[in-house]
Design a protein around this ligand. Structure first.
Ligand code: ATP
Ligand code: MG
Length: 306
């Protein structure tokens, strides 16, 4: 089982048609045909683990509301333990990003979220769940979407507690120093450059320097930098491996980072060496960028991409 700790977001899509302009204000009136929802943010990592047949436990916050209930139900369908999903009974709503799309065009997106740091009480409850679940976990993913669950102090506590096991971090540059002692970070190039205080130049030698700098500064075992159409670079403390993208067609790159950390961590957890893990993660990313919508990859699809 793999623990996923971070910011749970619901991605909502409202599909419809525009037939007229509102008499109330100069805005289009959308008549709705269909509403879709997907687990997003850190919970998209859970979707990716499920596609690999890997059990997970999600730890994060939802509100005392209907989207929060939906999150729990959906996690259950994905065979994910939700005891670490804390329901906040105060004002904090479940984070939900809603897109209204008419005739293939996004008309508006509205976000309902709360990005204040989680309370001390929430962190204590999350920590208690970590204590409960850690003995069954092969690895932990800290999926930092910067929405308040992973504060620097809480990140440090988690790494201290889980040290000895695999801890993979999808980082936010603002929290760089807190990731000290994790196993691996998986920033994209612009995040990695910001974390190292270097230019985001997408060139092998330069990316290798960024990776080595972060490896040294943060005492990591590996650094995996994703580089969009240039694939990814793995630094293992001795050398850099540049892995070209495996994508054949590119339709939608959103969520590829979640796929990378899910596959890389699942591979490390089962004992693969880091280079093999990175190659498989890169193949999986190649699969998902070829699908429309925040997609996932199965082992079969990853194998076919190789
Ligand atoms: N335009 C592209 N062409 C080919 N491969 C791509 C492209 N974009 C992403 N990839 C693949 O997906 C991986 C992750 O993409 P990227 O570096 O954009 O991560 P990211 O910015 O964290 O993504 P996310 O939007 O999920 O946060 C890359 O390492 C590469 O394998
Ligand atoms: Mg990312």
């Amino acid at each position: 089982m793999i623990l996923v700790i971070g910011d749970i977001i619901v991605d909502e899509f409202i599909w419809g048609d525009v037939t007229r302009i509102s008499p109330e204000a100069p805005v289009p009136v959308v008549s709705v045909h269909r509403i879709d929802r997907r687990l997003g943010g850190s919970a998209n990592v859970v979707r990716n683990l499920h596609a690999l047949g890997v059990r997970s436990a999600m730890l994060g916050l939802v509100g005392d509301d209907e989207p929060g209930d939906w999150v729990r139900q959906r996690l259950g369908e994905l065979d994910s333990d939700d005891r670490g999903v804390i329901t906040k009974t105060n004002q904090r709503p479940t984070a939900i990003k809603t897109r209204i799309i008419a005739r293939h065009q996004q008309v508006v997106r509205y976000d309902r979220e709360w990005t204040q740091p989680a309370s001390r009480e929430s962190h204590e409850r999350l920590m208690a769940c970590v204590e409960e679940l850690a003995p069954q976990a092969q690895a932990t993913i800290l999926s930092d979407y910067g929405k308040g669950v992973l504060t620097p102090a809480f990140i440090r506590r988690l790494i201290e507690r889980l040290k000895g096991g695999v801890i993979a971090v999808d980082p936010k540059p603002e929290h760089t120093d807190a990731y000290h002692g994790a196993t691996v970070i998986t920033p994209n190039l612009s995040e990695a450059a910001a974390m190292a205080g270097m230019d985001p130049l997408n060139e092998d030698q330069h990316v290798a320097r960024i990776a080595a700098e972060l490896h040294r500064r943060l005492g990591l075992r590996y650094v995996l930098i994703t580089r969009s159409e240039r694939g990814m670079t793995l630094y293992d403390g001795a050398e850099s491996h540049h892995i070209p993208t495996a994508a054949r067609d590119v339709f939608d790159v959103t969520g590829a980072g979640d796929t990378v950390i899910a596959v890389f961590t699942a591979c490390l957890a089962r004992g693969d060496d880091p280079l093999r893990a990175a190659r498989l993660a890169n193949c999986a990313a190649g699969v998902v960028v070829g699908k429309v919508g925040t997609a996932t990859a199965s082992w079969d699809e990853i194998g076919r991409q190789q």
